[in-house]
Design a protein around this ligand. Structure first.
Ligand code: MTE
Length: 390
């Protein structure tokens, strides 16, 4: 017979003492036991921490919504905490009535709330060549998903009398020191773009653009301009620094591919994933995330033998447009080495490519838009490693 479990037989302090008072933390905090679940920098990745990335801990997150304190961060010149009473948002250029809006002006307008993923175009960038980083936090953690609240950009462009006949583009500009500006087509601006202040039911966090950011569903994160202060309406792309020097794809024939904004269909197993360890043989729920910049996820298939055989995973609801979708797959580990992979298909029929399919088209000199199938090797010891499977 097993000795009695003292966690049951011995009174614990939390059941024999008075608890803490209400509003002890006026803004709620995670449990101290969850202290390791943090966004993290990749040591040595960037020269300075202001022009850098903090990755979301995908391995420890549930469902599809990213907690605001765990949203990834990508700044070109540090984050700023803008006084909302001093913030102004201007629309100018090819408009009949150029306008300046205060936050109060914007927040009295009818708003929408929609759940969307945001992925930096450079997510998974380190994996183009060899295996570079050990965990899903670093391979895929420039990815988050929130409910964003704001006013559709379409209404504001109409409010200013944009010249819809001749104008074909807008330029979005932020209020930080990075001079980060991005061209967006008028067709997209009039579709589902939001001038947003809300993130998961509260104001945006300063790191994510407080008090105002552009939400450009399905498009790479760089176009989601933070601390949004101006939109100019024009008739040609601006070819700004982040559209010419950066955020272009180096193709194998030496050409540069520009204005590749859509985040194509992609998925990743978040557990079991690199850096984790399976304790013993038996049942494991393989779980992860799938997303597509072109719409909804239709199907996710799982392989446990490095891509030889595939079986369909269960998709959790809701399955939303340009939003993360959570998948689950029941697996019995027999203790032998295994290679776990997920492959997503979106509603357009696009199938997430293998690494060799992607490299055949794109080569290995790119930084952006690596949406290849990710492989995790489970060793006999139960340890899980990042591996590349051709
Ligand atoms: N907007 C401004 N004004 N300044 C920036 O540095 N970084 C961009 C974009 N918007 C940036 C910006 C990049 S490259 C990305 S991937 C996303 O914001 C990251 O958004 P997040 O920090 O909220 O995750």
């Amino acid at each position: 017979q097993n000795p009695p479990d003292q966690m049951i037989t011995e009174p614990r302090p939390w059941s024999t003492s008075l608890g803490n008072p209400v509003a002890f933390h006026p803004y709620g905090q995670p449990s101290k036991y969850e202290v390791n679940l943090q966004r993290r920098q990749s040591p040595g990745l960037t020269a300075v921490p202001q022009a850098s990335v903090a990755f979301s801990p995908l391995q420890g997150m549930f469902g599809i919504i990213t907690a605001n304190g765990l949203h990834f961060e990508r700044h070109h010149q540090g984050w700023v905490d803008v006084d909302p009473t001093e913030h102004r948002f201007m629309i100018n250029g090819m408009v009949k009535n150029p306008k300046v809006y205060t936050m109060d002006d914007l927040m009295r307008l009818p708003s929408v709330s929609r759940m969307h993923f945001i992925e930096c175009g450079a997510n998974t960038a380190m994996e183009w060549g060899n295996v570079a980083v050990p965990t899903v936090q670093y391979t895929h953690g420039m990815l988050s998903c929130c409910e964003f609240t704001g006013v559709p950009l379409k209404y504001l462009l109409q409010d200013c009398g944009a010249d819809f006949k001749n104008a074909q583009f807008i330029l979005a500009e932020g209020n930080d020191g990075s001079s980060e500006t991005r061209t967006i087509s008028m067709a997209r601006a009039m579709d589902d773009v939001i001038v947003a202040w809300g993130m998961n039911g509260e104001m945006l966090r300063p790191e994510n653009g407080y008090p105002l950011r552009l939400v450009v569903p399905g498009v790479q994160g760089v176009s989601w301009v933070k601390w949004l202060r101006r939109i100019e309406v024009g008739d040609k792309p601006w070819n700004a620094k982040d559209e010419t020097l950066g955020y272009v794809d180096h193709m194998p024939d030496g050409t540069l591919r520009q204005y590749t904004s859509i985040q194509e269909c992609k998925s990743v197993i978040t557990s079991p994933s690199g850096g984790q360890a399976l304790l013993s043989k038996g049942f494991y729920n393989i779980t992860g995330l799938a997303w597509s910049g072109r719409g909804k996820i239709k199907q996710v298939d799982i392989s446990v033998d490095g891509g030889r055989n595939w079986k369909t995973a269960t998709l959790n609801t809701p399955i939303l447009d340009k939003c993360l979708t959570r998948f689950n797959f029941a697996w019995n580990w027999d203790g032998s080495p295994a290679i776990l992979q997920s492959r997503a298909v979106d509603e357009t029929g696009y199938v997430q490519p293998t690494k060799s399919q992607l490299v055949a088209v794109r080569g290995t000199r790119s930084i952006y838009h690596n949406n290849a199938i990710q492989s995790w090797k489970v060793a006999e010891s139960g340890e899980v490693f990042n591996v590349h499977v051709e």
